[in-house]
Write a protein of this length. Structure first.
Length: 147
């Protein structure tokens, strides 16, 4: 009988200690960023193509394949005239691949070309592709097993 009373007393003491360890500080949960979207980019001898060509703002990973006859870079630039490229690759060898990641925060239209200048791209034989970025995608708050 004494061992049972001792065990119950120890269990009650442990529960009180564990309950007393909790803090009172509250933390605000920050919404999670949207999951990255993969966009495949194909550079052929005549044009650049992207799939999908329209998506919401957030992180994007460009998976680039060069099937042109010469080494070509991929340049991603805004078409709103803000100037400068958002990102670019080094020249990709024929039959080679590359990867570029961008976190789009501003909706708008973007050009995927093998040159940084949209006017120069029109004089080349490789026609650039257009990418439309819409409103911000939903966050990954409800997606399980993501970091």
């Amino acid at each position: 009988m004494a061992t049972r009373a001792t065990a119950i007393g120890m269990l009650a003491g442990t529960v009180l200690v564990v309950v007393g360890c909790g803090g009172t500080k509250k933390y605000v949960n920050q919404p999670r960023q949207p999951l990255p979207v993969n966009v495949t980019v194909y550079i052929s001898p005549s044009r650049v193509s992207a799939s999908p060509a329209s998506l919401g703002a957030g992180p994007v990973v460009f998976l680039v394949t060069n099937h042109a006859l010469t080494a070509e870079p991929l340049v991603i630039a805004s078409t709103n005239g803000s100037g400068g490229a958002l990102a670019s690759t080094a020249p990709i060898n024929p039959e080679g691949t590359a990867q570029v990641s961008i976190d789009f925060t501003t909706p708008g239209d973007y050009t995927l070309s093998t040159t940084g200048d949209a006017t120069a791209a029109s004089t080349r034989t490789i026609t650039p592709a257009q990418l439309h970025i819409g409103a911000q995608r939903a966050g990954a708050d409800t997606v399980l097993l993501t970091p």
